[in-house]
Design a protein around this ligand. Structure first.
Ligand SMILES: Cc1ncc(COP(=O)(O)O)c(C=O)c1O
Length: 289
């Protein structure tokens, strides 16, 4: 167990690579754009983008690995993410993940699955967790986010890796003596908050439908618990719009510069969703668009 998903991911990078290696990931991967270039800073590893914000497939990976064999930086680690955060919690289909994983392994690459929201993919698709586990050498999962524990992520992998991971976790400053408190909350969350993620998905769909006709944005139907709304002109950036919503008590932030992201979670029941819809509609009623 580690304090954050970022630390779990960075431990995986450190574990599976050598300085000067590259890792292959989709362009919107958390490890590439939201971890302050720490794969490069901490492990000397370059993130090579492949595919689009919805992931990539085995032929695209094969093509990248062919380039690596002809002089591009050597990819030693293939990075999966499910659900896809930047794509609004979209699900990377399991069959596609399996073919990517097989292609990576056939070329001698290690595979990591960033499963910060893997629980959402599991509940939304019914895919058994061991089938996700079989995809990768290591899997990171968050106990906070959808599961609702106050903090904590897990880096999961074979027993043979545990001693090495513990040593590196200590070096990264993640060896908490107080970890039992977080582990207890995580165990509670796993026992009580997993199945209810389906409620978040249902509420996200309801929220998206109820705000779809607000004129300042285009709302995408959510796959899981995240609702994305791409701003329309004359709005250029999402942040001023988010600031107006936050001032009205709807806490939200840009997903990317031009998209508002609304996350549905444990603390929002059906009545809260009604209230969010009412506040959004009231706040954006006089929108210039
Ligand atoms: C896909 C993904 N991976 C990793 C993380 C990092 O988690 P943390 O915020 O606990 O560092 C996040 C956080 O949002 C995420 O969405």
């Amino acid at each position: 167990m580690v304090p954050t998903g970022t630390m779990a991911n960075q431990l995986a990078v450190a574990l599976h690579t050598r300085r000067g290696d590259a890792l292959a990931c989709h362009p919107g991967a958390h490890v590439r754009i939201h971890e302050d270039a720490s794969a490069a800073a901490l492990s000397g590893v370059q993130a090579m983008p492949i595919g689009d914000r919805h992931g990539f497939d085995a032929p695209a990976l094969d093509e990248l690995l062919d380039e690596c064999a002809c002089g591009w930086p050597p990819v030693s680690l293939v990075w999966l993410e499910n659900t896809l955060g930047e794509a609004g919690g979209a699900i990377w289909p399991i069959e596609r993940l399996e073919s990517v994983s097989a292609a990576a392994r056939a070329r001698g690459c290690k595979v990591h699955l960033d499963g910060a929201r893997l629980w959402n993919a599991h509940v939304a698709t019914g895919t058994p967790l061991p089938r996700f586990g079989a995809l990768a050498d290591t899997v990171s999962v968050a106990l906070s986010k959808g599961l609702g524990a106050p903090a904590g992520s897990l880096l999961c992998g074979p027993r043979s890796m545990v001693a090495e991971v513990r040593r590196r976790k200590h070096a990264f400053g993640g060896a908490l003596r107080q970890v039992g408190v977080l582990a207890a909350a995580g165990l509670y969350a796993l026992d009580h908050h997993l199945a209810r993620l389906a409620d978040d998905h249902r509420r996200a769909a309801r929220l998206a439908a109820a705000i779809a006709d607000v004129p300042c944005w285009d709302v995408a139907p959510p796959a899981t618990n995240l609702v994305l709304a791409r701003v329309r002109p004359p709005w250029r950036l999402a942040e001023p719009l988010c600031a107006r919503l936050r001032a009205a008590g709807v806490i939200c932030f840009p997903n990317v510069a031009r998209e508002v992201r609304l996350a549905v979670h444990l603390d929002l029941d059906d009545a809260a969703i009604d209230e969010v819809v009412a506040r959004i509609r009231a706040t954006l009623r006089d929108d210039p668009a």
